[in-house]
Design a protein around this ligand. Structure first.
Ligand SMILES: Cc1cc2nc3c(=O)[nH]c(=O)nc-3n(C[C@H](O)[C@H](O)[C@H](O)COP(=O)(O)OP(=O)(O)OC[C@H]3O[C@@H](n4cnc5c(N)ncnc54)[C@H](O)[C@@H]3O)c2cc1C
Length: 419
């Protein structure tokens, strides 16, 4: 692929400045998206099964290792490059982009993000030694990592310690607890869990959060529960139970205490769910334009573009899409450790705008295209259902973002009202 050739399409993030590497990755995502992921998308949705065939494609094209550092044999992509490529994948299959995010984060957080988290020399040495094992698994074995944090408590919202615990024993940890909404359950080779270090006699504390990789085949790991949701059905986000599961010290994805510090230092680490939904917003818009022009393959070539109300709706969708893209790109480009207050506010605003906006654009798309457009053989109704899920993702649900923005605007750090 010639990295200097014109892209020939507008990427999901818009026609912005891109490096040669980003252009060639976007062209690859587009090629895989149109030729493989989009044609298969209905299948995962119908059967609520994991998009295994897409993962074979991601693996074959080096995309499972995209964010593993280059000196460890990976693609060496930075935060921004991942975000641009993920949006393009989400445009063709939301489920693939969302689950790929869970996998990628286990390499992005331990890779380029961890490089920006303060650590002692000893912690840094330990981290580099241990992460090499995980990177090798992804690069050499094509291993898939999941990211089950949620427990149905305030923990995944960042407001309480995780109920899943890890007790130190010789050579490793013994894990007990339960996770809900574990995307990639049954498909991942490793579950990258957050849990609280069980320090006997010490009150559980979020500062004692551990980030551990639990091999899926470990004795004591079980997947349970039904999975029949509204949208994002191919994520197969079932429950995970850990009963006296032993994991070795080498499974630590970050040294003790570092995850908590990372979450404080690098807020943009929680923004990585947004590109999936920017991709879905593009998909709803793309479909609408094609449909109103009478150009959807396999459909009668009926044009509907001559009605002024439909033209107005398309204009509204485009205005909304441009604002999603602009805010998204600005937040991506500003992402760094210890952002300023304005940057943090913009990050929250970008998350909220993309998550709520994607479903808004999909809603307008259905209203504008009309009844025949929401039949199951067309992608729009699935895009509508999938796009509804973005605002529910912890820790930055739409509600919690509003909550944070309001509080952090009106109170400076440490400020309290008199009782
Ligand atoms: C398709 C899909 C895939 C998912 N995949 C994953 C995954 O791979 N890994 C993962 O960890 N999670 C995943 N999730 C879970 C997601 O991040 C949320 O945890 C989940 O949607 C929360 O559901 P809930 O009803 O339990 O949360 P809620 O009950 O709404 O919230 C949980 C807790 O958060 C706090 N909280 C929530 N809302 C507020 C508020 N407005 N104000 C103050 N506190 C509040 C409360 O303490 C509450 O008890 C997925 C969700 C979906 C829909």
């Amino acid at each position: 692929m010639d990295p200097h050739a014109p892209l020939g399409f507008t990427p999901a993030v818009g026609d912005t400045d891109l490096t040669a590497r980003q252009r060639s990755l976007l062209a690859l995502a587009r090629e895989l998206g149109t030729s493989r992921f989009a044609p298969r998308a209905a299948q995962w949705d119908d059967s609520a099964t994991f998009p295994q065939a897409n993962y074979d494609d991601l693996r074959e094209h080096g995309l499972l290792a995209l964010c593993v550092p280059a000196d460890q044999g990976g693609g060496g992509a930075d935060f921004a490059t991942y975000m641009l490529v993920a949006a393009e994948i989400g445009r063709h299959c939301g489920v693939t982009a969302l689950t790929w995010n869970m996998h990628i984060c286990s390499t992005l957080w331990t890779g380029v993000l961890a490089d920006g988290i303060p650590m002692t020399d000893a912690q840094r040495e330990e981290h580099h030694r241990r992460r090499a094992l995980h990177f090798r698994r992804v690069v050499q074995d094509g291993a898939i990592y999941a990211q089950p944090f949620s427990e149905g408590s305030a923990a995944a919202a960042g407001r309480a310690p995780f109920g899943t615990t890890a007790r130190k024993v010789a050579g490793g940890w013994v894990v007990n607890g339960r996770k809900i909404f574990a995307s990639l359950s049954g498909a991942a080779h490793y579950y990258g869990i957050l849990c609280t270090e069980d320090r006997e006699g010490v009150k559980p504390d979020p500062r004692d959060t551990l980030y551990l990789a639990v091999p899926a085949t470990s004795p004591g790991v079980t997947v349970s529960g039904d999975w029949n949701p509204l949208g994002m059905r191919g994520t197969v986000s079932r429950n995970l139970t850990f009963q006296d599961v032993f994991v070795s010290d080498d499974e630590q994805l970050m040294p003790r205490g570092v995850y908590h510090q990372g979450a404080q230092t690098w807020p943009a680490m929680f923004f990585t769910l947004a590109p999936t939904y920017l991709g879905l917003a593009n998909a709803a818009y793309d479909f609408t334009v094609q449909y109103l022009r009478g150009e959807v393959p396999g459909e009668p070539p009926v044009k509907r573009r001559m009605y002024p109300t439909k033209q107005v709706a398309v204009a509204q969708m485009r205005i909304q899409l441009e604002s999603l893209r602009s805010l998204f790109l600005r937040a991506v480009r500003e992402a760094r450790p210890a952002p300023s207050k304005d940057e943090r506010m913009r990050l929250y605003a970008a998350q909220f705008t993309v998550m709520e906006g994607a479903n808004d654009i999909a809603r307008l798309a259905i209203r504008t295209c009309g009844g025949q457009s929401m039949m199951k053989h067309l992608p729009l109704e699935r895009i509508y259902r999938d796009s509804r899920c973005g605002s529910l993702m912890l820790p930055w649900t739409a509600e919690l973002v509003l909550d944070r923005m309001g509080r952090e605007t009106l109170y400076e750090a440490g400020e309290r009202d008199e009782a």
